[in-house]
Design a protein around this ligand. Structure first.
Ligand SMILES: Cc1cc2nc3c(=O)[nH]c(=O)nc-3n(C[C@H](O)[C@H](O)[C@H](O)COP(=O)(O)O)c2cc1C
Length: 194
């Protein structure tokens, strides 16, 4: 048996999201970001496809994207009120760094697309863990912009790519309150053959 690692377990058990509005500067510098990504790419990956990539959004680029998304929101949801437009405008302006995790899908002779999507999801989760381990707060967000063709085009996604998540990373302004977690025992049954 491998040696138990209570520190690792404690880290897993302490992970929690910090709302994007509660993430402020400083964000990770380039070296720290690369350190985070080194942990984030260490995911189970059937067929070693590495069917994911990263796009960083920081500085003024965040505000430019927010303005475009607000304009696109007005076009898509003409009945949305001013609060929704403001929400869209601010989506990327809180955390100093947003890492878009992009899944590369499409035909593959052996590995189902679903499995490659799961791997991209693992990357998002590992990035959350790594950010917290390095003293930052983070949250995985999507919202309608993650599924919008025009936003995908602005971000330079290819036809077979999709956004697995926007991981917002920064310095937490507060300790996020813990939320109730599912009871694993209530979710578990032993299978018995009929
Ligand atoms: C794929 C995915 C997309 C998500 N998108 C959003 C989102 O757009 N808005 C949101 O409030 N929470 C979103 N969440 C939930 C948050 O990331 C987070 O899990 C939630 O706030 C609970 O916090 P916790 O991570 O501490 O459990 C998403 C989660 C996943 C897995």
């Amino acid at each position: 048996m491998a040696t138990p690692n209570p520190d690792l377990l404690a880290a897993l058990d302490s992970r929690r999201s910090i709302p994007a509005k509660q993430l402020s500067a400083p964000g990770p510098d380039e070296i720290t970001l690369q350190r985070m990504l080194t942990s984030a790419v260490r995911v189970p990956d059937h067929g070693k496809r590495v069917a994911f990539r990263f796009l960083t959004i920081q500085g003024d680029a965040r505000h430019v994207l927010g303005e475009r998304i607000a304009a696109r929101g007005i076009e898509k949801f003409p009945d949305a009120g001013p609060a929704a437009v403001e929400k869209d405008r601010g989506r990327f302006s809180h955390a100093p760094l947003i890492v878009a995790v992009i899944a590369q899908l499409g035909p593959d002779e052996k590995i189902p697309e679903f499995e490659r999507t799961l791997t991209a999801g693992c990357v998002c989760f590992a990035l959350l863990q790594a950010a917290q381990a390095l003293g930052f707060g983070a949250v995985w967000l999507t919202g309608w912009p993650a599924y919008d063709e025009q936003v995908e085009a602005w971000l330079g996604l290819a036809d077979e790519e999709c956004i697995a998540g926007f991981i917002h990373i920064g310095t937490p302004k507060l300790d996020a309150p813990e939320r109730e977690r599912p009871d694993p025992a209530a979710l578990t049954r032993a299978w018995s053959p009929l």
